[in-house]
Design a protein around this ligand. Structure first.
Ligand code: ZN
Ligand code: MN
Length: 521
């Protein structure tokens, strides 16, 4: 970006808080339930009552290691917990338990495809910490505090300032959301506040061969991609104007916090940015350091699924999917696994790819679930793909058969709730009974294409005898040849009630016309 003689380069880093998908809170057994009545999911530990002692949730650490490995991080062999002083009513202990100088994961990177190139975004660290409660100001009398959220496990992922535009930052955030959902590390539902962004933004400005840096601004607590993009774009404009006006450069102590005004789409000033020493971090005396067993990390690494970006690339080449459609099939891991299972079961890959993007996607949509949620097993999907591939059923019939398969699965589910698209981490029931067998359905519904040559030849003869004017056009009228032949093929298909193999039909029509042409008048 160049303005006049200025060369301007935005420098952007992100802090992302992701809520870990554990069953219970980080330090106590309170269950995590969204939307419970205020202060119903609390106990002495998360209320911060004196003398209550925290006990670490093992699942939170495991999920965090999984995310760390997927972000190519080092996993600390030993990590510990620190108290971060924090004096607000929504965290009654007056400190947050976090990780200061020994984060669980560090020194990673993520390769972000953007604009046809790969931007390597370094991950400085990813540490585990607890969330605070929520102050509610909309009460009739004063403000209340709801501590249901207090003690919720978060993973805070911090990048190096490697992003260069609002678009890139939004794309990184979207890929990160995709990754943690896919790994079942987090549901990352932004409406529920399960993923929050805090970008750090400043500008490198080149003027007359010298580089200037504008003061760094951290925009707090953004909870949508739109807000993230808008806040960064606004900061880039605002800092450029401020620099032209004041020439103020970044120095120690002038980093600022700003907030985001969603209505006006501008960032607004907030309290001064604290420095680390303001927080008075010190090791939590109630918690032991955690030693991470290298063998355990190796095992998690070994069982890591194929990650979304490489899986998308593979789907495009193996299943011949359009690049714009492939990500949707990968986003739901249960569906991606079903597609791979159907191919494993012998299904033709490109045909499966087409079926997944067309009628299976439509049937899933109608049921407000994902393809894995329809309930049809991989083996039957593979069998249907092969019937279509071998020409035993035509495209319309294949979709019709799939519809019957889905309805039968509906009956087997007997009104039980199916997981929604958003719950791709859930277990999906799939049925493999004979009632869902596509070949049986095709027979039953008379949808198999006939490739019985004698039978089709008889239909061809009957159709041609009944339509002499069209036969004459097809043989002698150069202007009407194509139209007449199309009409005759249609008549044959009609006689066969759609069951004749269309390729064979046109071959046999050609043969019959050739024979008629030779016959003396
Ligand atoms: Zn609790
Ligand atoms: Mn944090």
């Amino acid at each position: 970006m160049a303005v006049g003689s200025l060369g301007i380069q935005p420098i952007i880093g992100l802090e992302v808080h992701v809520q870990l998908a554990t069953r219970t809170k980080l330090w106590c057994g309170c269950e995590l339930v969204f939307g419970a009545p205020p202060n119903e999911r609390v106990c002495p530990v998360c209320l911060g009552l004196p003398g209550a002692l925290p006990a670490l949730n093992r699942q939170a650490v495991e999920l965090s290691i999984l995310a760390g490995l997927a972000l190519n991080c080092q996993i600390a062999p030993e990590t510990r917990w620190d108290r971060k002083s924090y004096y607000y009513p929504d965290l009654p202990k007056n400190y947050q338990i976090s990780q200061y100088d020994q984060p669980l994961c560090f020194d990673g990177y993520f390769e972000l495809p953007h604009d046809g190139a790969i931007r390597k975004v370094r991950i400085r660290r990813a540490h585990v910490e607890e969330d605070a409660g929520k102050n509610t100001h909309e009460l009739e009398r004063g403000t209340g505090v709801d501590l249901n959220r207090a003690g919720t496990p978060l993973l805070e992922i911090v990048t190096e300032p490697d992003l260069r535009s609002a678009d890139e930052a939004r794309e990184f955030a979207a890929q990160l959301q995709r990754l943690v959902k896919y790994l079942r590390v987090s549901n990352a539902n932004m409406q529920m506040g399960q993923m929050r962004f805090e970008p750090n933004v400043n500008l490198s400005i080149r003027q007359d061969g010298r580089e200037h840096r504008t003061p760094i601004v951290e925009v707090k607590n953004l909870n949508s991609f739109r807000a993230l993009h808008g806040a960064i774009a606004h900061e880039i404009r605002r800092q450029q104007e401020a620099w032209l006006e004041t020439g103020e450069a970044a120095r120690v102590g002038n980093k600022l916090n700003r907030g985001w005004d969603d209505q006006r789409e501008v960032t607004v000033p907030q309290r001064e940015k604290e420095e680390a020493h303001d927080y008075r971090y010190f090791p939590d005396p109630d918690l032991l350091p955690v030693r991470i067993d290298a063998a355990h990390v190796a095992e998690l690494r070994e069982h890591m699924p194929e990650l979304p970006l490489p899986r998308t690339e593979r789907f495009i080449s193996e299943y011949k999917l359009p690049a714009c459609d492939a990500p949707a099939l990968v986003d739901c891991r249960a569906t991606a696994e079903l597609l791979d299972d159907a191919a494993e079961a012998g299904g033709d890959r490109p045909t499966l790819g087409r079926h997944f993007l067309s009628f299976w996607a439509k049937l899933a949509n109608e049921r407000e679930t994902t393809i894995a949620g329809i309930g049809v097993c991989a083996r039957h999907m593979a069998a249907l793909a092969n019937l279509a591939r071998e020409g035993q059923v035509n495209a319309t019939a294949a979709a019709q058969i799939a519809g019957v398969m889905a309805e039968r699965a509906d009956q087997l589910l007997a009104g039980r709730r199916r997981p929604s698209e958003a719950e791709c981490g859930a277990a999906f029931e799939q049925f493999d009974g004979d009632g869902l067998d596509p070949l049986a359905i095709a027979r039953e519904q008379r949808l198999l294409q006939s490739r019985d040559e004698d039978q089709i030849a008889a239909w061809v003869r009957a159709a041609l005898d009944a339509n002499e004017p069209a036969v004459r056009d097809a043989l002698e009228n150069p202007k009407k040849i194509d139209k007449a032949r199309g009409f005759l093929a249609g008549q044959v298909m009609k006689l066969s009630r759609g069951q004749a193999d269309p390729r064979l039909v046109s071959e046999l029509i050609e043969a019959r016309l050739a024979a008629l042409a030779k016959e003396p008048e």
